[in-house]
Design a protein around this ligand. Structure first.
Ligand code: SF4
Ligand code: SF4
Length: 485
């Protein structure tokens, strides 16, 4: 066993209102510069929908992430060194600007300088790249209000295995928002694909960064990342990506997206994992992927783990933070958070609590009471449509795992309603695989947790400053342009 620490995040999708505050505050902090106008380190998608860049989940097209070959070994889906060499000057798996969008500004000068006239002046859109007038036809959350509509839902890769009939019912069933950022994966395909060794995963806290001095702009990381969370700065021709706000994390502060989240749905914390289990978990059979990924994590209160963590250099205050981690509590102790697309095999470190709300709507549609656990359980088992969709997102297709999580979330509501209103005896929590005190602990974490409970971020140690900076001899963002650019 080799114990390592990873900074990780959980998001509770039931609370996301799609306001995009997180995207805007992140952009203002990290990508408010020339060359990265189109880069959204954090973006919020509406599901069902095609996301950003368009259809990023279609790995048949983009060839991101990992596959397992006939002998059970992990291979980059885009191919190994030979294929990289053959395509190094013309990578066929790269999204184009059309798959993102042409960023625009507006001709505000006309508004400010127009003389008095009978008609109001108009600020026409101008390309942020060429400066010429343009028609805006797509954007990073273009399908927001139309998420779930026939126009966009039909092309959502997660609906590929479902029938037209299912799609039609689904459109009237639910939509929800999916905030996304770099997953700071345990088995990052971007790092493995980089021919220059510019992308790296920090030993101390697992944050994945780009060394700007080493990046040569080969763009293999863009195609290798199945979440499409590496962007090329068109001015410097170098890769940039979410830094997990590492300067804030090192100071014990939450990321900008988490601190400014209106829905208070983000949780940040340390998890301990066993480095020796990572490869086997990434190569596990598809049906066992979620369990295999859970088994990589270690119980920070286990005496054997505590002893090994000390031997591996995890400081006592970091161990205490891991024991108080809301991420560990939600993903491992209560098991209500799930990884996004575990079938990409990168072992993502931003996990999601799937939304219960569509099931509550469907409970009512079925004539049930959406505050009754029995009725909700019935709806969960009947509702193959949203379950199949959520399973495609979070469990590589295992609807049973998603149903188990939704039932536990429904049990929290029913239990707390019974406890706080005194309206009848609480439902039997055992039906949801939990005890009453467990449901109450989960309620406190999901519903009334304070900032100090949602963000448990231990500051970096001053004596590690040299080690933290050793790899990052260059700033992870925005360096001088390549000579060939
Ligand atoms: S999500 Fe982040 S860490 Fe994972 S492969 Fe993509 S860029 Fe790399
Ligand atoms: S700020 Fe929070 S609630 Fe608003 S879109 Fe982002 S994650 Fe959702």
């Amino acid at each position: 066993m080799r114990v390592r620490a990873q900074m990780a995040m959980v998001m509770n999708l039931d609370k996301c209102i799609g306001c995009s505050t997180c995207s805007v505050t992140c952009k203002q902090t990290w990508t408010n510069r020339d060359g990265v106008e189109y880069a959204w380190f954090n973006n919020v998608e509406t599901k069902p929908g095609i996301g950003y860049p368009q259809r990023w989940e279609d790995q048949g097209r983009w060839k991101g992430g990992w596959t397992v070959d006939g002998s059970g070994r992990l291979r980059l889906r885009a191919g190994g060194r030979l294929r990289k060499l053959a395509t190094i000057f013309a990578n066929p798996d790269l999204p184009s600007l059309d798959d993102y969008y042409e960023p625009a500004t507006y001709d505000f000068d006309t508004l400010l300088t127009a003389p008095a006239a009978d008609r109001m002046p108009v600020a026409r859109p101008l390309s942020a790249i060429t400066g010429r007038p343009m028609a805006i036809e797509w954007g990073p959350n273009w399908d927001d209000d139309l998420g779930g509509s026939a126009l966009y839902a039909a092309t959502d890769p997660n609906l590929a295995g479902l029938t037209d009939q299912v799609q039609r019912s689904f459109e009237t069933t639910f939509m929800f928002h999916l905030p996304r950022l770099c997953e700071h994966c345990l088995n990052p395909a971007c790092v493995a694909a980089c021919p220059s060794g510019a992308l790296y995963k920090r030993e101390r806290d697992g944050i994945v960064l780009v060394n700007q001095d080493k990046c040569r702009g080969w763009r293999m990381c863009v195609s290798a990342c199945p979440y499409k969370k590496v962007y090329i700065n068109r001015v410097t021709a170098k890769a940039e990506k979410c830094t997990f706000c590492f300067p804030r994390i090192e100071a014990g502060l939450p990321t900008v997206c988490a601190e400014t989240c209106v829905g208070r749905l983000r949780y940040l914390g340390l998890v301990l994992y066993d480095l020796d289990r990572v490869e086997a978990a990434a190569a596990a059979p598809e049906a066992e992927l979620v369990d295999a990924q859970r088994q990589v994590f270690l119980d920070p209160s286990d005496p054997a783990v505590i002893a090994q963590a000390a031997a591996d250099g995890i400081p006592p205050d970091w161990l205490a933070a891991a024991q108080a981690s809301p991420v560990y509590a939600l993903a491992l102790r209560h098991r209500v958070a799930l990884p996004l697309h575990p079938e990409y095999r990168t072992l993502p470190m931003v996990w999601y609590i799937p939304p219960l709300s569509p099931v509550l709507d469907a409970t009512t549609a079925l004539g049930g009471d959406n505050t009754s656990a029995d009725d909700v359980f019935h709806a969960v088992t009947e509702l193959r449509i949203p379950l199949g969709y959520l399973a495609s997102l979070f469990t590589a297709g295992d609807t049973g795992l998603v149903a188990g999580v939704l039932m536990k979330l429904a049990a929290v509501r029913a239990h707390m309603r019974a406890v706080t209103t005194g309206a009848g005896a609480p439902d039997d929590p055992a039906a949801a695989g939990a005890t009453g005190p467990e449901l109450e602990a989960l309620y406190r974490l999901l519903a009334v947790a304070k900032m100090r409970d949602r963000y448990v971020v231990p500051p970096a140690h001053k004596e590690e400053a040299a080690e933290l900076a050793a790899w990052a001899s260059g700033c992870p963002l925005d360096r001088a342009p390549l000579a060939v650019a």
